[in-house]
Design a binder for this molecule. Structure first.
Ligand SMILES: Cc1cc2nc3c(=O)[nH]c(=O)nc-3n(C[C@H](O)[C@H](O)[C@H](O)COP(=O)(O)O)c2cc1C
Length: 207
């Protein structure tokens, strides 16, 4: 068992070995139907030159995509807890916040929005957020049913995240998967990718 754990730790260390030239984008994904778009988002981000991508998923988000359609390593709560056995072992949420130059949470569902607004950190994604280096960009893309969106707590919580310095990529109005029509749909993947692109340091600008 110990050997397996050591292998796990060295796999994670290798996977999160930072290449100096790369701009490292961590995609957080939560339990909204818009998580269906994870494979598309990851593949479009990977097409940006010099961008390296990893994913952190909540357990509920896993319901909405097939990991085989996602071409990068997806981290979840199991990895966090399997990785740490003894003092010298890496703590995954700290390794990930160190690795990432930018965090984008797409989609951000109502539940995780509420947790982040109040500082709760009970899973891998919310621990990365709580430990986030606020000098680095954190983008969030809310996605929820219109009725949930209209609840007065949503605006309060979104403002809270903006006060923390996080950037909202606003949701849009459209016919939602549940059949309702109105605001609450996640921004288009192309909008999210364009927003991230603004932060990607071009190699010729860094010298
Ligand atoms: C089919 C289905 C679709 C859902 N879509 C959304 C959604 O778009 N937005 C949202 O805020 N919650 C949605 N939920 C509810 C969340 O999955 C639920 O609040 C869950 O606890 C979120 O957990 P997480 O934030 O840890 O991923 C949906 C649930 C189901 C079963």
């Amino acid at each position: 068992v110990n050997i397996q754990m050591e292998n796990h730790a060295s796999c994670v260390k290798n996977d999160l070995q930072k290449s100096r030239a790369a701009f490292c984008v961590l995609v957080g994904v939560t339990g909204s139907v818009a998580a269906l778009k994870l494979p598309l988002l990851v593949s479009q981000l990977r097409q940006l030159p010099g961008v390296d991508v990893r994913v952190v998923t909540t357990e509920h988000a896993k319901h909405f995509y097939n990991p085989e359609d996602v071409s990068v390593k997806i981290y979840s709560d199991k990895d966090e807890w399997e990785l740490w056995i003894q003092r010298s072992d890496p703590v995954l949420h700290i390794e990930l916040r160190r690795w990432a130059d930018l965090l984008v949470i797409a989609p951000l569902d109502a539940n995780t929005l509420g947790k982040i607004a109040s500082g709760i950190c009970d899973n891998l994604l919310t621990c990365v957020v709580r430990a986030w280096d606020t000098s680095r960009p954190l983008l969030f893309c809310p996605a929820m049913n219109t009725a949930m969106w209209q609840h007065p707590i949503t605006a309060q919580q979104v403002s809270k995240l903006k006060e923390f310095g996080y950037l909202e990529i606003p949701c849009i109005s459209k016919k939602l998967v549940c059949g309702d029509e109105g605001k609450g749909a996640m921004a288009e993947v192309s909008t999210i990718v364009s927003a991230i692109k603004q932060y990607v340091q071009k190699p010729d600008e860094s010298s």
